[in-house]
Design a protein around this ligand. Sequence first.
Ligand SMILES: Cc1ncc(COP(=O)(O)O)c(C=O)c1O
Length: 457
Amino acid sequence: MSATFDAEQEAGKRNLWLHFTRMSSYSGSEMPVIVKGEGPYVFDTRGKRYLDGLSGLFVSQVGHGRTEIAEAGARQAAELAYFPLWSYAHPKAIELASRLADLAPGDLNRVFFTTSGSEAVESAWKLAKQYFKTTGQPSRYKVLSRDIAYHGTSMGALAITGLADIKYPFEPLPAGGVRVPNTNFYRAPSFVASDKEAFGRWAADEIERAILREGPESVAAVYLEPLQNSGGCFPPPPGYFARVRSICDKYGVLLVSDEVICAFGRLGYYFGSERYQYQPDIITFAKGVTSGYAPLGGMLVSDALIEPFLSGTATFLHGVTFAGHPVSAAMALANLDIFEKEDLLSNVRAHEGAFRATLEKLYDLPIVGDIRGDGYFYGIEMVKDKATRETFTEEESERLLRGFLSQALFDAGLVCRADDRGDPVIQLSPPLICGQEHFDFMEQVLRSVLTQAWQRI
Ligand SMILES: Cc1ncc(COP(=O)(O)O)c(C=O)c1O
């Protein structure tokens, strides 16, 4: 390759620190550099095309290269690049807040913007704490979340995250994070393994048991994703959310729907809670709200939760400089215009069955144990033995996922995620504009690479 290519590689390896990445893995090999995006595809420095089967990182809902969003951002930067939401408003933040409130379920009429998902998750915890202190229940501070669930990396969000391995190096974390079982039906305890509804009742009742164990007067909120990402796409079992909602109501605990991934069409609806028909007290969002054209996150809050902050000297004592940035807000509005113009939610709903059916062809491979998900969001769990559901040892998982799969899938032109933070899974979350030709490509690449992987075990 050219001298420019070599210089870029050298500078990247010398100066850039990649997130959640073993930097040593690039010491003897090329660091992938993505330079351009177009629709559901991205291109690297060499001009090689990849299908973006993960929407970047569950972000690029409308696909890449949308000039109308770029132009909306440029217009806003020229008009008013920045002003804070501390004591002031700006028109795009107002317009976006109203639009999101209109789209959100029930009385989630108030938007508190952030710049990221972690900040949104942490803001919701801070709001819950201050709300309860303001309304005479100062001992409520604990938050429940599911085992293996990912809710972000800042210290507060990390205390809610249920992945032990990414928490240890940063302990002690803020007090109050409590784990409950996740909703992986494929690995359900044997006494509920043959009945999804019984499994859902049990998993929801585990939340009640945790509330009682901790002391209901100490519990502020339960954080749940509509469809849990980490661990490989666990949809809620039937009846789960209805039961969780009534448990939260019984003990006066807030239900936070963490929709950083599941909002904005990922499951065929603007919000995942709509798809699974439950009413949260708070929705946290980020990622797809701008399709990644600029950073933005936030929380949608119920009328009841803002009410104590609407009179006298009451103030939510929290804020961040770039939250609700005018350029991000303008780009989010342009993004939502595309959702409407192209009816992307209908596209997902019309094609999600075909997506599932195409992926389910992979069940004929011995390594494919479970394929699960909804909408345009699927996980494929790999096993060593289909009949017993035996999973891989740590060494095999290391050799299979890190040593082979991730690179082989990428080399074959597919961006997706091979993840072993729970049991080993491959995750797919393509842009919402995708259709059958893209599903077929994903299936073909996976078939070929998983067949090779099986031969290497
Ligand atoms: C459910 C969920 N919550 C929170 C976060 C944190 O978002 P961010 O990386 O924008 O801080 C993520 C990120 O993937 C997420 O999936």
